[in-house]
Design a protein around this ligand. Sequence first.
Ligand SMILES: Nc1ncnc2c1ncn2[C@@H]1O[C@H](COP(=O)(O)OP(=O)(O)OP(=O)(O)O)[C@@H](O)[C@H]1O
Length: 385
Amino acid sequence: MDDYEEVTDEFQGMKIWWSSSITISQQRSHYSNDDGEKRSYKLTCHRKHKEIITKVYLHHVLDEGKAIVMKSRQRKLYTNGNMTSWNHIIFEHPSTFDTLAMHPEKKKDILNDLMTFIKSKDYYKKVGKSWKRGYLLYGPPGTGKSSMIAAMANLLDYDIYDLELTSVSNNTDLKKLLIGTTSKSIIVIEDIDCSLDLTGPRKKKEKKDKEKEKEKNPDQKKEKDKKIKGSEVTLSGLLNFIDGLWSACGSERLIVFTTNHLEKLDPALIRRGRMDKHIELSYCCFETFKVLAKNYLDLESHDLFSPISRLLEETNMSPADVAENLMPKSSQENAESCLNHLIKVLNKSKEEARLKAMEDSRVKASQSESSIVESSDEESSDGEG
Ligand SMILES: Nc1ncnc2c1ncn2[C@@H]1O[C@H](COP(=O)(O)OP(=O)(O)OP(=O)(O)O)[C@@H](O)[C@H]1O
């Protein structure tokens, strides 16, 4: 409201009159920048509405005010720069649920889940749960996990805390960082399988498998170990944060883990209650393609959609790759040439997959042949003895 302005409001059928005024104090402080101006707002209503106005309407006005401030503020993307503090930049990512390519039913389900969450403050209080929700996003690279996190933040007007666990020395520093986060935010731990040494009971059981993996893939394993080595954050430290500390400080927050390898995660970490909703983002299907074609080429239908639909069923291509191939690369390209280009790339990828499958089965056959030879050699040498 401007100074000396009068405004009429309506609430549940009641009329309310607001007026603003300024008084200037004669006794100004020499020690502050206070210019002595005091703004006040006067509310007038019918006497019979006094109770509902003071008990309900004023809370409503304060909540609306906070929501307007949240909407108009600039949102922030925080990263854990040094051990225990956050650096931030302005968060400006264009991804929204409209631009996100995925099956419409799945998208609707996620949107409903998020909208239900933000309206459920009283419900969470009633059932004695802290107002937070965990999401696990999993799927191959380039399927839209990061894009979905940005779309969530844009939808809810939340800040993002991008927590790089490998830069956190230990559980105490993790706690400090988490206490420094604010409400109305999303805490993101990307590639959780590469960020944490999963010291759960499963580890022992899987030790053998891991040793085998090490033998098969020594370079990859060494690189992952080197990254994790600098950090002493443990699985139990992280679980404590999700269950204990996390529950006790702040509210209205989402925590999102992403992974390309769901099978590598300890079940304790992703059980419901911790990660409430598991969302799979997968290779591009026809429904996903239609959203990308609309976004990138402004096309809702085309004769070439039908061969593309067939090819997408026969190949595994990520939405990131499909999007890249749909994008015009010069001013001479039009929608049809982009679709033709995508068809060419899909055919190529299908052929490569066919050749790889043939090579794999050839290797497998020769391996099983040599193991048969080995065992028959052993049998014959046993016989000799
Ligand atoms: N489902 C999608 N909808 C819209 N755009 C997508 C989608 N998936 C990928 N893209 C495009 O591909 C780019 C890379 O996608 P994104 O980073 O979201 O994938 P990701 O699953 O997080 O990958 P990674 O596992 O490698 O981190 C995005 O900037 C976006 O342009």
